[in-house]
Write a protein that binds this ligand. Structure first.
Ligand code: BG6
Length: 496
């Protein structure tokens, strides 16, 4: 990889995201030789620290991640700097700009800057505006200035548009990188390869052959230490507007003409435009919401969502949702897409299940007892990183005897090669300026356009309590979900 020199400026450098995810990923990239020769990491936050104190904290963070290596640390530490910034204070940004100019001179980073906002989204606007006012968003000659933001990109359509307007006051769309870490998973990147680098699947990838598609992101974790954020967001904002919608697009979009970030994102947006608007008048016909009660996870008792630290004891925030969505186009008319995600479910399972139709007529119904099971293709995303295709086969036996069997590809069976964690991959792509794995604003708006009426319906119906189904932690969610999608239990629990 031919990476340009670069200064990575992390806002929120003393925070949790930096210590848990970002810095360990940066260290790992450096350790595995993936980083540009001239790079610098400049931490910024309100905390009063000097360069050495920042280095000590980052060292602890890497040690905690279990990935520490002394030699790599010794070459990385001199490239770490710290600058105290009060986010609203313009003078602080002027000092930051001067510091970056100095760093360019000493470390040869050539004016290339990546501003990573590892701060609460309420600060995005302030920081982006201040960067703009200080001239730090301007790209001079060959140099680049990029801004990286994490979801949530707003909390509904209107706020997403407002946030974008602010970002765009200072940064052009090519300078903005909206992260979705699901896109950086190897198994997720592989979906388009599977579909469009093979000729045999595309002819059957439509309403004539597919019965339904189930997109599942089940977690056994609860709300953890994030109640402050989660109790306002809930599962629809936390998982659907981003990861679930990306998985849906990858499973259902048309083939782009070339594997270029904007051509791929054009096709995703075309798919989102085809989403049939949710029939709010029918209220909960295509939607199941749930909230976890107490239960058992891995043999241990866990508390109900409402008893989690920081959660309102009368909270009506959903921790589980299933949406039955439809795409109104020739390929998918009438095919249900079941999108399901929840916390404190029986186990972690992220997967896409493509359920094919039954054979049109069984020649065997008089001779064989077995029911023919329709073919199923599973993209296991995590923890089972597999592709799994089931089909019926005759078992060797004197009497006619059929069984479903599987063809199986495990990512672990592939040639071992350097594998990047999701955060490592997105950081590399930001430095390279490759937008393939990032949201484009039109996609953000289309997906909010689909979800906002659902959120409004839930948040204004006044009867949410009646529609919010409790489920025991450690189960597969509310029973009502099985009523909406009878295949759910099998899709989610099937061994791959
Ligand atoms: C995050 C959500 O985006 O994704 C979390 O905010 C969720 O609530 C996480 O736990 C799931 O990611 P993964 O990679 O563990 O499936």
């Amino acid at each position: 990889l031919n990476l340009p020199p670069c200064a990575i400026v992390i806002f929120g450098a003393s925070g949790d995201l930096t210590a848990r995810k970002l810095f360990p990923a940066l260290f790992s990239l450096h350790r595995s030789g993936h980083f540009p020769e001239s790079f610098v990491i400049l931490g910024c936050s309100r905390s009063e620290l000097d360069d050495d104190q920042f280095r000590a904290r980052m060292r602890e963070a890497v040690e905690r991640s279990g990935d520490f290596e002394r030699q790599a640390w010794e070459t990385m530490a001199p490239r770490l700097y710290y600058q105290q910034v009060s986010y609203e204070d313009a003078a602080g940004y002027a000092a930051l700009a001067a510091r970056l100019d100095d760093i360019d001179r000493v470390q040869g980073t050539r004016g290339n800057r990546l501003f990573y906002l590892a701060v609460p989204p309420t600060l995005y606007e302030t920081i982006a505006a201040c960067l703009g006012e200080t001239g730090l968003a301007v790209e001079h000659g060959e140099s680049f200035s990029r801004i990286v933001v994490e979801k949530p990109f707003g909390h509904d359509l209107r706020s997403a548009q407002a946030l974008d307007a602010i970002l765009h006051r200072s940064f052009g769309e090519p300078q903005v990188f909206r992260i979705d870490h699901y896109l950086a998973k190897e198994t997720v990147q592989n979906i388009l390869m599977f579909r469009f680098a093979n000729a045999i699947f595309e002819p059957v990838w439509n309403r004539n052959h597919i019965d339904y598609i189930s997109v599942i992101a089940a977690e056994n974790l609860g709300v953890e230490h994030r109640a402050g954020y989660y109790d306002k967001a809930g599962v629809l904002r936390d998982m659907f507007q981003n990861h679930m919608m990306q998985l849906l697009a990858l499973a259902a979009m048309d083939a782009p003409t070339c594997f270029h970030a904007d051509r791929v994102r054009d096709e995703k947006v075309r798919l989102y435009r085809g989403l049939k608007p949710f029939e709010v008048a029918d209220e909960f016909k295509d939607l199941v919401l749930g909230q976890y009660g107490p239960g058992m996870i891995d043999g241990k008792h866990v508390v109900a969502y409402r008893d989690e630290k920081g959660v309102d004891p009368r909270s009506l925030t959903p921790t589980f949702a299933m949406i039955r969505a439809f795409v109104d186009n020739w390929r998918w008319k009438g095919v249900p897409f079941f999108l399901t995600s929840g916390k404190r479910l029986a186990r972690k399972a992220s997967r896409i299940v493509v359920q094919f139709k039954d054979v049109p007529h069984s020649m065997l119904h008089e001779v064989a007892q077995e029911r023919l099971e329709a073919n199923q293709l599973v993209f296991g995303i995590y923890p089972d990183e597999v592709i799994h295709m089931s089909f019926m086969a005759k078992l060797p036996a004197p009497r006619l005897c059929l069984r479903p069997v599987v063809m199986h590809y495990g990512f672990d069976d592939a040639e071992p090669g350097p594998r990047l964690e999701a955060y490592e991959k997105v950081l590399l792509d930001c430095i390279l300026g490759d937008h393939m794995l990032f949201w484009r604003q039109d996609g953000v708006e289309q997906t909010w356009g689909f979800l906002t009426p659902i959120l409004e319906m839930c948040e204004t119906c006044g009867e949410l309590e009646r529609h919010l189904h409790s489920y025991p932690a450690g189960s597969w969610g509310p029973e009502r979900a099985v009523a909406l999608h009878p295949g759910f239990a099998r899709d989610v629990s099937m061994k791959t």
